[in-house]
Design a protein around this ligand. Structure first.
Ligand code: NDP
Ligand SMILES: O=C1OC[C@@H](O)[C@H](O)[C@H]1O
Length: 345
């Protein structure tokens, strides 16, 4: 089966995804939706999409009967409305993270997907990657014993993007938590769940501190401490002021697992893609895993195609309940540091 993809929003990650689709085995890019014809055509011409399939509005793309599934890569505040329009047009949807600005919006997206009986997934692409799956397998097979502490970081220097970037604009959902803090949160939730033979777990408690810039009203950094059932604790760090450690570590009763680059293994410049397993008191060992397709976004697109071809409405790597637990946890994290957006009113 080859899924016919449309892309809505022609910004930075849309290019990365379009390149990924070229490597995907079960999908191809057939249409582009932008807020202007010119940007749609400019984008489409780089990926072999004919001009008549490069649409001047998102609504026009959604009317195209040749499109099976839509990748939504607008800024976060637009995810909700565009995702609802997409599923109402009976298109499957892969919605960029964060799924929505808050729980209320996510609930509405999910209700619309159910009503229209289509596939829907929040695009936490690293969840589909063999490196992540190998870490899950190591936890499941008891390689580090009982999970005790999860540490997860994601940071980069967002200053060079400039103050016009969505990253620094409150009205566009800017700030660290919503841009990249969701990755450490989603990883902690994944591992705490797997440790308890579940697909994910939700924290029972979240405490956080951080810094919200007084002028932009977006969070520049924040640190959260989480409690889960079974005495599992997690510590998360996210920041958009420095290119610094973005690794994950899971500490168990017998040993630990560390991965320096879990989020963007397609970008070796960030850090090496590797999993290190350490039995306490011994030297770390590198754990091998198969990587038949190196493109992270091709892996994600093919995971979507696999689910849809099997008649599934959810992807097993990021299910609907997982996304709902994720948004509730992110809402709580934001509340802890007093981070608000227009959509909260
Ligand atoms: N999974 C991943 O690896 C990554 C995911 N993301 C997620 O993807 C989404 C987009 O991020 P990114 O590509 O960096 O963002 P950009 O700002 O680069 O692009 C966003 C695009 O959305 C469209 N858009 C719609 N409404 C607006 C608006 N009001 N202001 C500006 N643009 C608008 C524009 O496309 P047009 O003009 O064609 O309508 C624009 O080019 C975010 O939600 C982000 O979290 C981002 C990076 C990596
Ligand atoms: O999801 C993301 O991952 C990589 C970051 O550079 C980007 O800002 C973010 O949206």
């Amino acid at each position: 089966m080859s899924l016919k993809w449309g892309i809505i929003g022609t910004g930075s990650i849309a290019h990365t995804f379009a390149i990924g689709l070229k490597a995907a085995k079960k999908g191809e890019l057939v249409a582009i939706g932008s807020r202007a014809k010119e940007t749609a055509v400019k984008f489409g011409s780089q990926y072999g999409v004919p001009e008549d399939k490069c649409y001047a509005t998102y609504a026009d793309l959604l009317k195209d009967p040749s499109v099976d599934v839509v990748y939504i890569s607008t800024p976060h505040p637009q995810h909700c409305e565009v995702a609802i329009q997409t599923v109402q047009a009976k298109k499957h949807a892969l919605v960029e993270k964060p799924f929505a600005m808050n729980e209320e919006e996510a609930t509405r997206i999910l209700a619309a997907a159910k009503e229209n009986d289509v596939f829907l997934m929040e695009a936490y692409m690293y969840r589909c990657h063999p490196q992540t799956r190998k870490i899950v397998e190591l936890i499941q097979t008891g390689a580090i014993g009982q999970v005790k502490v999860i540490r997860a970081n994601f940071a980069f220097n967002g200053f060079p993007l400039g103050s016009d970037s969505r990253l620094w604009r409150n009205e566009l959902g800017g700030g660290a938590i919503l841009d990249i803090g969701g990755y450490p949160m989603s990883f902690a939730r994944l591992i705490a769940g797997v440790a308890n033979n579940q697909g994910f777990a939700n924290p029972t408690e979240i405490k956080a501190v951080g810094h919200i810039q007084p002028d932009t009203k977006v969070d520049e950094w924040t640190i959260a401490s989480l409690s889960f059932d079974d005495k599992i604790s997690a510590q998360l760090f996210t920041g958009i002021f420095a290119d610094t450690d973005s690794s994950v570590t899971v500490l168990g009763s017998k040993g630990s697992i560390t991965a320096p680059n879990l989020w963007r293994p397609d970008l070796p410049a960030m850090a090496a893609m590797k999993i290190e397993l350490t039995e306490y008191g011994k030297e770390p060992e590198q754990v091998p895993f198969d990587l038949p397709e190196p493109n992270l976004y091709a892996i994600e697109a093919d995971a979507v195609a696999d689910a849809i071809s099997q008649g599934e409405k959810q992807c097993k790597y990021m299910t609907w309940e997982d996304s709902m637990g994720q948004i509730r946890a992110v809402d709580k994290w934001r509340k802890e540091i007093g981070l608000v957006y227009p959509s909260d009113n």
